[in-house]
Design a protein. Structure first.
Lengths: 248, 88
């Protein structure tokens, strides 16, 4: 057991030091209107492929689990069509390219373009994120409608797309509701909060799960995500505030 | 009532709803709908500089990134003119 702990610690520290990088070139295999994308990363991280008919609009996505050996299958593709894709995780695009779905079976090797982000995201901590604490089922109030809890509704889709997987959210509304529930934990004094007088931003952080959220001065949500950087909370400005002193 | 907008220091998009940083230095957490940089996350957590993000965004074709905010009319022509100078 002790040995397992030290091995896990070594892997985690190694991940901190090196970040996520591709190991070799991704492989794309296309057969019968199904494309299989496979790639390896040096450490375990999330799995996401975004794809579409236009490189400017990768409007479909398929996600997988946290692993170092990634495999995603895209089904029901159109024949005689070029698809563009990017692969990586929810927050990190490691590679992009395109493939053609022919009428007959075919295969292709992914093109060689590698995102610059791959080279600069070395601080990224790719270890599997801890599962957020299950909120108590008893006495948990139902969240108000999303349009009442999320600050700018037109931004919700982008925040959900980027951070929803951090909390296993199933929809934009689920994501917004979880952010609201997180605020209730702050208001109940369960997790620390910081108030920023300069712009009325409330910041809330759970040291146990590393969940972080920022709220507007009226309590509506700005964002909700799980930082990778261990000093993130310490570096966010604001003075500690007690629930009784909140303006809402 | 006049609505104030702010410019994205990464890509030059001129209609951010909040200043990327407040007087305290705190981030807005806004995701630029044009280049996708999230102030307070891309920089404070992922530790990517404006210049690095800009270079990658330009390299990938300066695509409009927002899924929920519609690309402005004429964006494809505008984007080439508003890009901040490297190092800005």
């Amino acid at each position: 057991m002790t040995r397992l702990f030290w091995i896990s610690l070594f892997v985690w520290v190694g991940a901190l030091a090196h970040g996520v990088e591709l190991v070799g070139e991704p492989q794309v295999r296309v057969e019968n209107q199904v494309a299989m994308l496979r790639w390896k990363t040096d450490v375990a991280c999330g799995t996401r492929v975004s794809f579409g008919l236009n490189a400017d609009q990768l409007d479909q996505k398929v996600e997988g689990g946290v692993t170092a050996d990634h495999e995603v299958t895209l089904k029901d593709l159109k024949a005689d069509t070029t698809y563009h894709y990017s692969l990586g995780s929810a927050r990190q695009r490691l590679h992009s390219g395109s493939f053609v779905v022919g009428v007959s079976a075919s295969s292709a090797t992914a093109p060689e373009r590698k995102s610059i982000l791959t080279k600069v995201l070395n601080i990224f901590t790719p270890e599997p994120k801890p599962t957020p604490k299950a909120a108590p089922s008893m006495a948990q109030p139902r969240a108000p409608p999303t349009h009442q809890t999320w600050g700018r509704l037109e931004t919700l889709r982008d925040h959900y797309d980027r951070h929803g997987a951090d909390f296993g959210c199933r929809s934009e509304d689920d994501y917004a509701a979880q952010a609201w529930h997180f605020l209730q934990r702050g208001k109940a004094g369960e997790v620390p909060m910081k108030w920023d007088d300069s712009d009325g931003t409330l910041r809330v952080f759970d040291p146990q799960t590393r969940a972080f959220a920022a709220y507007n001065r009226d309590g509506s949500t700005k964002t909700f995500f799980r930082p990778n950087n261990s000093s993130y909370w310490q570096r966010q400005p604001g003075r500690s505030i007690k629930p009784a002193n909140l303006p809402f | 009532m006049k609505v104030t907008h702010y410019s994205c220091p990464v890509c030059g998009f001129a209609k951010l709803k909040e200043p990327p940083r407040s007087a305290s230095g705190g981030p807005s957490y806004e995701i630029c709908p044009a280049c996708g940089f999230q102030f307070g996350v891309s920089d404070d957590d992922d530790e990517i500089s404006y210049e690095q993000w800009r270079a990658d965004w330009v390299h990938s074709g300066m695509e409009w990134t927002s899924l929920g905010i519609t690309k402005p009319r004429g964006w494809d022509k505008q984007k080439l003119q508003i890009l901040p100078e490297a190092g800005a």
